[in-house]
Design a protein around this ligand. Structure first.
Ligand code: NBP
Length: 483
């Protein structure tokens, strides 16, 4: 371990921002044999890292940005892990002033992709490479192998790729890191990844709620179901940790911890960003949107308190066959997950087309198989589906998923209808099923919408039997004219 930089530029990578994520990634680089220059706005975090973990590898301690930059081999590679937003802009500016053309600045924070597009353009004008890298896996992933989604100029990946791939999670010998595409694409796909994570968590939450309120299971019983599911097609990090959270006991009361946690979910914003972007792109990500709204509703604590006791109407009896209902919930969860992922991948395709990014869905499924929060056996199926047909109109149409939904459909309908009859909210299960039914419908009520729009706003409509746009003279003789 070396903790000064008197030997000059010898670090392969620098990490600035040494809170939980930055320090764990710095340690991950060092554990993989890279010399890591360390920097943090306040020196205390740098010293704490060296004191506690300095023996894990070769670190270079620096106090100022100038010292930090001077410690790096060329082309210099600096990973920024500070709070997203203004702090990131401040650090980029400080670094850019001290760096030289050809050097690479990587933002590994959760930046909004449009900020990354702006930053990349501005640094490109100054001859610097800017890489917006989505990093998923939380603090544990950062230390032991995250999923990394670097965007930015392709040539920067030559100098950066091997370093990032060495610290990423590996699945079947393949690193969970690949060059995603230009400018903001890395942060864009990380944002959608987080949106899918919201949907996945909401669906799991709805399944848990059904076990608790429809079958009367306690937390341990639900944990057992999730543990069993984790041995099958639903195997995933989120299902695994669900069982762990449900089994946790509260030391103070002896109750299940989940029963003493306030039921108001918080959010940091990436789910909301995903939905906003989807609205702009015109992509129906109903599963993600329901998840974001469900968190918002859970957080409306005063309103909820005031509404407790409102009429439920006549409720049905609880399901008589618990084993059948458990299997129904498993099928509904799987089918709704397919929908949530299909919608997320649709958004990625739309973003790719909008920004001319040429994104490859199979690559994303590959690097999400390990390291990240949505890692799951399921991702192998998605990779196979896109490998087979990169231009799939929807994931739902891939033969494997089409068959899986066909198997699940009766269960899915039973779960949504039973939940409704029992007065148990299942917004994501229900909206996923409605999305599926709308997608497969031969006729949608949108024809009526078009008629209404033409009536009040002369917005015109297309006909099923002729080319062109048409308008009915609603306030005249109601004959039709070609627009
Ligand atoms: P935080 O997001 O809590 O940021 C703390 C770091 O930002 C500290 O090093 C702090 O320096 C630095 N900082 C701030 Br605040 N303002 C600064 C400024 N104006 N100039 C320079 N440095 C400044 O840390 P984190 O939770 O480790 O996350 C880092 C990034 O990674 C974030 O963008 C986050 O969204 C992203 N991320 C987090 C997770 C996760 O699971 N936590 C997962 C994936 C991505 P100081 O020590 O001097 O105050």
């Amino acid at each position: 371990m070396t903790i000064d930089n008197t030997e000059g530029a010898r670090a392969q990578i620098g990490v600035t921002g040494l809170a939980v994520m930055g320090s764990n990634i710095a340690r991950n680089f060092a554990r993989h044999g890279h010399t890591v220059a360390l920097h943090n706005r306040s020196i205390a975090k740098t010293d704490a890292l060296i004191e506690e973990h300095g023996s894990e590898g070769d670190f270079v301690r620096t106090e100022t940005i100038e010292e930090f930059v001077a410690a790096l081999q060329k082309p210099r590679r600096v990973l920024i892990m500070v709070k997203a937003g203004d702090p990131t802009d401040a650090v980029i500016e400080e670094l850019a002033s001290a760096m030289e053309p050809g050097d690479i600045i990587i933002d590994g924070g959760n930046a909004l992709y449009t900020d990354t597009i702006r930053r990349e353009a501005s640094l490109r004008d100054r001859g610097l490479h800017f890489v917006g890298a989505g990093i998923s896996g939380g603090e544990e992933g950062a230390l032991n192998g995250p999923s990394i989604m670097p965007g930015g100029p392709k040539e920067s990946y030559q100098a950066l790729g091997p370093l990032l791939e060495s610290i990423a999670a590996q699945v079947d010998g393949t690193p969970c890191c690949t060059h995603i595409g230009p400018d903001g694409s890395g942060h864009f796909v990380k944002m959608v990844h987080n949106g899918i994570e919201y949907a996945d968590m909401q669906l799991i939450g709805e399944a848990y709620n059904l076990f608790r309120d429809a079958l009367g299971y306690d937390a341990d019983q639900v944990a057992d179901v999730f543990t069993e599911w984790n041995a099958g097609d639903l195997e995933s990090y989120l299902v695994e940790i669900t069982a762990e959270v449900l089994r946790q006991k509260d030391a103070k009361t002896g109750k299940a911890l989940v029963d003493v946690i306030v039921d108001a979910a918080e959010q940091k914003g990436t789910g909301r960003w995903t939905v906003k972007s989807a609205l702009d792109l015109g992509v129906p990500v109903t599963g993600i949107a329901e998840a974001v709204f469900a968190r918002a509703l859970s957080g409306a604590r005063e309103q909820r308190k005031a509404a407790v006791g409102l009429a439920s109407g006549q409720l049905a009896d609880k399901p008589a066959d618990a084993a059948q209902f458990t299997e129904d919930i498993r099928q509904a969860l799987y089918a709704s997950k397919v929908v949530a992922y299909a919608q997320g991948f649709d958004q990625i395709a739309a973003g790719s087309a909008e920004y001319d990014w040429n994104l490859h869905p199979a690559d994303l499924a590959t690097i999400w198989r390990g390291g990240c929060i949505i890692r799951a056996r399921f991702l192998n199926r998605i990779k196979d589906a896109y490998d087979e047909n990169p231009k799939l109109p929807s994931l739902i149409l891939a033969p494997y998923f089409r068959d899986a939904i066909e198997t699940a459909i009766d269960s899915w309908r039973r779960v949504v209808s039973t939940a409704t009859l029992l007065g148990i909210p299942v917004p994501a299960f229900a909206s996923s099923l409605s999305y599926y039914d709308a997608l497969r419908a031969e006729r949608l009520p949108a024809a009526l919408t078009q008629g209404q729009r033409d009536f009040f706003g002369a917005h015109t409509y297309e006909r099923v039997d002729a080319e062109g746009k048409f308008h009915t003279l609603w306030s005249g003789d109601r004959s039709e004219v070609q627009a």
